[in-house]
Design a protein around this ligand. Sequence first.
Ligand SMILES: Cc1cc2nc3c(=O)[nH]c(=O)nc-3n(C[C@H](O)[C@H](O)[C@H](O)COP(=O)(O)OP(=O)(O)OC[C@H]3O[C@@H](n4cnc5c(N)ncnc54)[C@H](O)[C@@H]3O)c2cc1C
Length: 405
Amino acid sequence: MIFDFQKKYDIAVAGAGVAGIAAALAAARRGHKVVLLEKQMLIGGLATSGLIYIYLPLCDGQGTQVTFGISEEMLRTSIEFSPFDFPEKWGGKVGGRDLRGNRYDCCFSPAGMILSLDDLLREAGVDLWLDSRVCAVQKANDGKVTALEVENCSGRGVIHAGYFVDATGDATLVRRAGGKTETAENRHTLWMIQRSPAEKLVYHFTDQIHIIPFGSAEPIRTVNGDVRQADVHTDFIRTSWNTAREYYRESYRSGKTDRYKHYPLHLPAMAQLRKIACIKGVETLEDGSEWQRFDSSVGLYADWRRPGKVYETPYGALIPADVKGVYVAGRCISAVGDAWESYRVIPSAAMTGEVAGVGAALAVERKCDATELTAEQLRTELRKNNFKFHFEEVGLNPAEHNNIK
Ligand SMILES: Cc1cc2nc3c(=O)[nH]c(=O)nc-3n(C[C@H](O)[C@H](O)[C@H](O)COP(=O)(O)OP(=O)(O)OC[C@H]3O[C@@H](n4cnc5c(N)ncnc54)[C@H](O)[C@@H]3O)c2cc1C
C-alpha cells in the first residue's frame, strides 16, 4: 500500500551527496520549504560514505579561481573537523597543505565533513529525511513530475513538491520518470581507511591512520560496460573486499607486518563507481567543450587533472531533454566523454547543485518549467553569491588556451 506522507514541499531534492546538499541549501536560503531525501543514514554521498577525502580545486592551476558560491563555502567548511588546511595562497593557514601545485583544494575528514554539512542544512532549515529511498515518480497528464514515491521505515509513501532536483549520482529520478541516460566504462577501485605503522602514503591523517587507495587500469566486466544494474554494484563491491583480503593476508604471510599493527579500519559504504549514468540534456558537455563559450553558461569549472583547462557550463546540461519538472545536478548532469571525467567530482557537483537549487526555486516562484527560464534569470540570482559565468569575468582568454586540445 502506498500512503501519503501528507507533506507538500516547494522543492524536493533526491540524494544528499554534495550536489543535493548544495541544491537544498540554495533553495532553502531563498525561503523555500525544501526536503532532502537520502537513502543512506549518512550525508555527503561518495565524498563521505565513499571515503573520497580530497576536495578538488576551485582554480585553474594557473592562479585563477573560477568556481565560487556554495562550492567554495563547502571547501572552506570541510576542514572544520579535520587535521588539514588549504594553501596559504588561497587564504588558508600559513604553511597550509599544498596538495597539488598550490591549487585551491584541500583534504578533509569524511566523518568531519558530514558534521559540517549537516550544520549547514540545519541553519538553512532544510528538512532532511535519512534512510528514505526515492523508488518511483508520479507524473501529471502533461508528463511533468509532481510527486515522488519514497520508501523508509514508515513504509512507502508519496511526497508532493512544486519542483524536483535529481542529485542521486546515477540519475535515478530521471530514469524512473522514463528519461534516457548514458553510461561509461569504470574500473575497479578501493579507497579504504587502515591502520598501518609502516606505510608512507599520500593520503594520511596521522602516521598510522590513512586512506590506502587500490586501483586497477582494467575496465570492470559488465554487459556492454553498463553499470546501471544492481548486480554489477554488488559484484564491484565484493571484488573490492577481495582485494583488501588478499592485501592483508599477503602482508601477514610475508611477515612484513602482522594483524596487531596493520588492519582495515573502515570500508566505503558506497560502490566507488565513478560514472554510472548521465542524463541526455537539452545541452551536453562533450570532448572539446573546454574553452568553448556558451551564451547559456551558468558557472565556470576547471579540470582537476590538467592546469589551464576551463569550462563554461551550459544551462541545458542540467535539464533533461525528456523529463519535465526536474533539474539534474552533480555527476549525472549531461556530460559525456572527457567532459564527464572532468565534471564528475566534488567542486563541480556542488557548483551544479547550487545552480539546480536556484533554478528549482525560480521555477516554483514563477510557476514555470526550467526550459522557460533563461540562463540570464539564473545568473542574476547566482551573481548574488559571487558566481562567475564566462571566461572574461575571471580574466581568462580562451584564445590563449585553444592549443591545449
Ligand atoms: C574512487 C573514487 C575516487 C574519487 N576521488 C575524488 C577526489 O579525490 N576528489 C573529488 O573531488 N572527487 C572524487 N571522486 C568523485 C566524487 O567523490 C563524486 O563524484 C562526487 O562526490 C559526486 O557527488 P554527487 O553529489 O554528484 O553524487 P553522489 O556522491 O553519488 O551522491 C548521490 C547521493 O544520492 C543518494 N541516492 C542515490 N539514489 C537515491 C535514491 N533513489 N533515493 C535517495 N537517495 C539516493 C546516494 O546515497 C548519495 O548520497 C572520486 C570518486 C571515486 C569513485
